[in-house]
Design a protein around this ligand. Structure first.
Ligand code: SF4
Length: 366
């Protein structure tokens, strides 16, 4: 996040999403922003003009360090925070959470899974209760459905997340489950609503490193089987490369780079993305990266917040007066990639050289 009084805002360039080849557009964030007013009257621009799409059967990863605004984006998409500006579209229609009934309908379509499965499950209720309730709320009112969901329906949810035999798990309380089992219950609870969009906020970062790959594999199966449009929020760019179709790199509330997951991680253009990739223990061996517990903190000692100009300028080795004065817009560097940096010619000449259409703003190449 950043504290700023003014500054140029990144615009949404005409860039095709690498996730779009998987399926239809399910959800779209159009230039969404969220400001918070701080006690001393300052405005915190937590999210600044962020635009992207989520597509059925595809994974889009939102990558950034703690405080970058990525969880705020998830809460905005889930309808848990009001937008300051911008628009969110679901299946082509504007988000409607104006009434309790409309919010419930929206929540059926858009589910949020949290980082900490222990705090997101109620310790006084059983697994069976956690699954029966959303089934009843989201499905029992549908045509042809009546009353309480059957035990078979609840057991089927557990089977979908590989918690078997279901009979053993239904009467258990959260404290009787391992971290991985609790997160599987969280996934099953999200699926109970039969959503089209799943927002997964650091879904494996609190789990034991030995089961992270397995859990991402499960999420990938659920994406495929239910054609979910999946937003995977993480600080770990190595897991995003392994798991996502498209990566959006977020810094200080802005998208600073976006592109196909493999291409972006192999040839990062933005200096911040380069720092993230360089900080991953072994970018070519993601299994070992995940097992090693994700990437190290990419923040150097000089990390700070910018009041004007490029938000990354206090940490960027290429920063000059131009960077400190003006915030670069997110500009297209290829049909599927965009980056927000005045000095891509120095930071990533090979990306510019390989692009089919060069950016034409005055910052690049100056
Ligand atoms: Fe920002 Fe300048 Fe560094 Fe690019 S070179 S990331 S514009 S500080």
């Amino acid at each position: 996040m950043s504290i700023a009084d003014s500054g140029a805002q990144p615009q949404s360039p005409d860039v095709a999403s690498a996730a779009a080849r998987r399926g239809a557009l399910a959800m779209e964030a159009i230039s969404i922003s969220k400001d918070f007013r701080l006690p001393r009257g300052q405005i915190l621009h937590a999210v600044r003009q962020v635009s992207f799409g989520l597509y059925r059967g595809a994974v889009v990863a939102l990558v950034g360090e703690s405080g970058s605004g990525k969880s705020t984006v998830a809460r905005l998409l889930a309808g848990q925070e009001a937008l300051t500006s911008g628009e969110i579209m679901l299946d082509g229609a504007p988000m409607d959470v104006s009434s309790h009934k409309a919010f419930r309908r929206y929540k059926s379509e858009v589910q949020l899974v949290f980082q900490d499965p222990f705090s997101s499950l109620n310790p006084v209720h059983t697994v069976s209760y956690h699954l029966e309730r959303p089934l009843r709320l989201h499905q029992a009112s549908g045509p042809g459905r009546a009353g309480r969901p059957g035990k078979e329906e609840i057991a089927a949810l557990l089977q979908q997340v590989r918690l078997t035999p279901a009979d053993q798990f239904l009467p258990k309380y959260p404290y009787e489950l391992s971290g991985g089992q609790r997160q599987r219950v969280s996934f099953a609870r999200a699926l109970a609503a039969r959503p089209s969009v799943l927002l997964a906020d650091e879904p494996v970062s609190m789990l034991d490193v030995s089961i992270r790959l397995e859990m991402l594999g499960l999420l990938d199966e659920l994406r495929r089987d239910f054609q979910l449009a999946l937003l995977y929020i993480t600080h770990d760019i190595a897991s995003a490369r392994y798991f996502a179709d498209e990566i959006l790199v977020m810094y200080a509330g802005e998208i600073v780079e976006r592109g196909p997951a493999e291409e972006l991680t192999q040839h990062p253009a933005h200096p911040y993305t380069q720092l993230l990739v360089a900080s991953a223990p072994d970018p070519d061996n993601l299994g070992s990266t995940l097992r090693a517990g994700g990437q190290r903190d990419a923040r150097p000692e000089s990390a700070g917040l910018a009041a004007t100009g490029c938000p990354f300028s206090p940490r960027c080795p290429l920063a000059d007066d131009h960077c400190r004065r003006e915030d670069p817009a997110l500009l297209r560097v290829s049909p599927t990639r965009a980056a927000a940096c005045w000095h891509l010619d120095i930071a990533a000449p090979e990306v510019l050289a390989g692009s089919q259409s060069r950016p034409d703003h005055g910052g690049v190449g100056t």
